[in-house]
Design a protein around this ligand. Structure first.
Ligand code: SF4
Length: 467
């Protein structure tokens, strides 16, 4: 849970959902996120909603755990008996809790909802907080997926990040997780830390892969305002991350991980086939999830809301019989359409062009011609998923985008006419490449998928595509 939430509209104090919403979503799969807001120490780059907890001080955690139980009751009361298909303990460092705490929370979930026997139940873990015996007991509670924050295999890089674990600890933890019987193990890595060389990053990738994870996330370091890292950079003690270095390291990861049998399925996530994180896919596909805990965000059928951030405030509200929600917003159809485009383009499954308006489809010429995006056939090619914001007309004009100005923004190029399936009426020459004509991807008969180069500039690409 990073950063500050948007303003939003005031949330109803009793947590009541709008009339008809729960009924409309009945039977739909539900994901639950439980936020555990403590860490043993704060890492220098982190702006998550977490607080220091010096040791396993259960007296400090009791009121919060009781509040989590109350919010689960509120969720069940509002949503009814929904099938829960994923549960995710995030933080913070959930593994500061004891296995008995996980067992208690999961029992509340199964008492209040229809917990799918095949549900994916993940916890994030700091390698320093787990050991074999702890993981064996954790596995017995029903947690079946472990996501370990490794970040780097290089001591000097971990030191800049203020991570407290030793470089080899995450690898040991993967081995313990296997022996404890976890179905799936994931490692998180960070690249672009000041002072990290290409060889350092190669070492982290190699060590991470050698541990044999099912899933690996690799995130570019982002410098969040107000963190110790930002202060050190501001004082000139460290060099700012270099965009070219970050891009090279992303491509290095893509190459290394794909060759190791972990293809990408989301811009920052790679997994062996069948091991994609179902919980995170629920976010990216805009399914329903209820975020339980201080600062947690929720989404049900286009309604989004977020909780008060401070654990004390969160506890007090639930103890007083009030909803912990601070504010929320109802997404318009247009906001949902734009989100669909942004999120689907982050995924290897890609975007069905039916979500694009005619003028947006017209701008596809540039990313396709530049090799930033490609059209992949799919089982659902030609099908209409959900309701398109704008139907494909019989005759639409498409403006292939062919040039880039100094600010790296696309400009509209010549106009061609396409038929109702999006097929251009004739070829258009752009920078020596043909975009248009019988073999042209503007036929829109598949899904639009970003190439590695396209993923590097996904945000700008989406910005330039949208009306
Ligand atoms: S362990 Fe994770 S959540 Fe805790 S301070 Fe470090 S980065 Fe933030």
């Amino acid at each position: 849970m990073a950063g500050r939430p948007p303003e939003g509209d005031p949330a109803p104090p009793d947590g009541r959902l709008p009339d008809g919403l729960a009924a409309a979503r009945q039977g739909q799969p539900l994901s639950l996120y439980l936020h555990i807001p403590w860490c043993r120490s704060r890492c220098g780059y982190c702006d998550f909603n977490t607080y220091r907890l010096d040791r396993r001080d259960h007296d400090a955690t009791r009121p919060y755990l009781a509040a989590l139980g109350r919010e689960l009751e509120l969720a069940a009361d509002q949503l009814g008996p929904r099938p829960v298909v994923t549960v995710y303990f995030g933080g913070g460092t959930p593994t500061l809790l004891g296995p008995a705490d996980f067992a208690w929370l999961l029992t509340r979930v199964s008492d209040l909802f229809q917990l799918d026997p095949a549900a994916e139940i993940t916890t994030e873990a700091n390698p320093e907080t787990v050991a074999l015996e702890y993981l064996e007991r954790l596995r017995q509670t029903g947690v079946n997926r472990l996501s370990l924050g490794m970040q780097s295999a290089v001591e000097s890089v971990l030191a800049v990040l203020d991570r407290e674990h030793r470089p080899g600890r995450a690898v040991e933890a993967v081995d313990w997780a296997r022996r404890a019987g976890f179905d799936s193990v994931s490692l998180d890595l960070i690249y672009g830390t000041p002072g990290e060389s290409t060889a350092d990053w190669e070492t982290s990738l190699a060590v991470g892969l050698a541990a044999g994870p099912d899933h690996l996330s690799a995130y570019a370091l982002t410098v969040e305002p107000g963190t110790r890292l930002a202060a050190r950079l501001g004082r000139g003690e460290l060099d700012w991350p270099d965009p070219d270095d970050l891009a090279d390291k992303y491509l290095q990861a893509e190459d290394r991980l794909a060759r190791a049998g972990l293809p990408w399925y989301e811009i920052s996530n790679w997994a062996r086939p069948g091991a994609a994180c179902r919980h995170n896919l629920a976010y990216w596909r805009s399914d329903d999830w209820w975020g339980v805990g201080a600062g947690a965000h929720s989404h049900v059928g286009g309604l989004r809301w977020w909780n008060h951030r401070l654990p004390r405030r969160y506890n007090d509200r639930l103890e007083a019989g009030l909803s912990p929600a601070q504010a929320g917003e109802r997404l318009t159809d247009e906001q949902r359409r734009v989100e669909r485009i942004m999120l689907d383009l982050r995924l290897a499954s890609g975007l069905d062009p039916v979500w694009l308006t005619a003028s947006e489809r017209g701008r596809l010429g540039f990313p396709l011609a530049q090799g930033l995006m490609e059209v992949r056939p799919s089982a659902t090619a030609g099908s209409r998923r959900g309701t398109a914001a704008e139907p494909v007309s019989d005759q639409v004009r498409v403006d292939p985008v062919v040039t880039v100005d100094g600010a790296d923004r696309v400009r509209p190029g010549p106009v061609v006419t396409v038929d109702g399936s999006g097929q251009p009426a004739g070829p258009v020459e752009t920078s020596g490449q043909s975009v248009g004509g019988p073999a042209d991807p503007l036929r829109l008969s598949g899904r639009l998928v970003l190439t590695p180069a396209g993923r590097l500039r996904a945000d700008g690409l989406v910005r330039d595509l949208l009306d």
